[in-house]
Design a protein around this ligand. Sequence first.
Ligand code: COA
Length: 276
Amino acid sequence: MTMIELETVNLEIDGPKATIYLNRPDKKNAMNPQMHQDMNEVLDNIEADGGVRAVVVTGNGDSFSSGMDLEECFLKPFDDPQLFYRTNLVALKWFQRLKAFDAVTIAKVNGFAFGGGFLVTGLCDLAIADEAALFGLSEINFGIFPAGGATWAATHNLARKQALYYILTGDTMTGAQAEQYGLVNKAVPADRLDEETDRLVKKIVRKNPVTLALAKQVYERTTMLDLPAAIDYDQAKLWELSRLSGNEWINVALKQFEKRSYQPGLSTYTRSEQQS
Ligand code: COA
């Protein structure tokens, strides 16, 4: 087990699972410039590890994140355009890295998830929330629209009327509503949040990591393509997958099926240590 403790973020790597803890609990895990730097650093560390297949993002204390630090990211640097630009560029960098990350990303949402907290939930591939967690795009309440990817997160995780409702009213939604609207996969009572997230992580880490990464790429690109282009793209990616994984799907998975040692409809094939 590797533990890395930065000023505002802690990282735990336990085999194929990494957990990122936002760690400014007394500020409800508001993301200040230091946290944005720390997030880039922990993503570097996870990439350098090379063996991580699932990344859980969560908050220490009673909040996931109250979003961008309104004082340190907006109020203080605003009068210096270059400083404002540079400060926020660091945030925009890790948001985009998280969205395109090779490993599967899972938001484990405890407590408040406002603005940037909503955004990070929306950027992650999967999300489990405390049913009493509170999500909101509060930007309209202080006179701006959700930016830095937050409008993207709303439009890509909610249906149009729901996205516009939350963008335009700044109302909050609970974890239970977030499940209903599709922002999170599942909402559970707070005391089951760890267990439910671990259950999901266990399913993910049994899969072939190359396949996981390419499945994400194919999904993301396919949302932008018509059917003929999507098929062209997925066929090319299938050959890429075959090459990168040493034809594991044919040589291992389907051979096991041929011997009737497992049923792919119901479970995952057994990968040897060498393959992982
Ligand atoms: N930026 C900077 N500081 C923040 C913050 C943010 N986004 N959210 C909370 N904090 C700070 C508070 O200023 C307070 O600091 P202090 O103890 O030094 O006074 C501390 O965190 C605790 O917050 P507090 O408001 O006392 O807790 P609460 O439980 O009553 O309310 C919130 C929590 C999240 C509802 C409230 O702080 C809030 O509305 N925050 C702003 C949320 C937001 O609009 N985020 C969008 C940013 S894009």
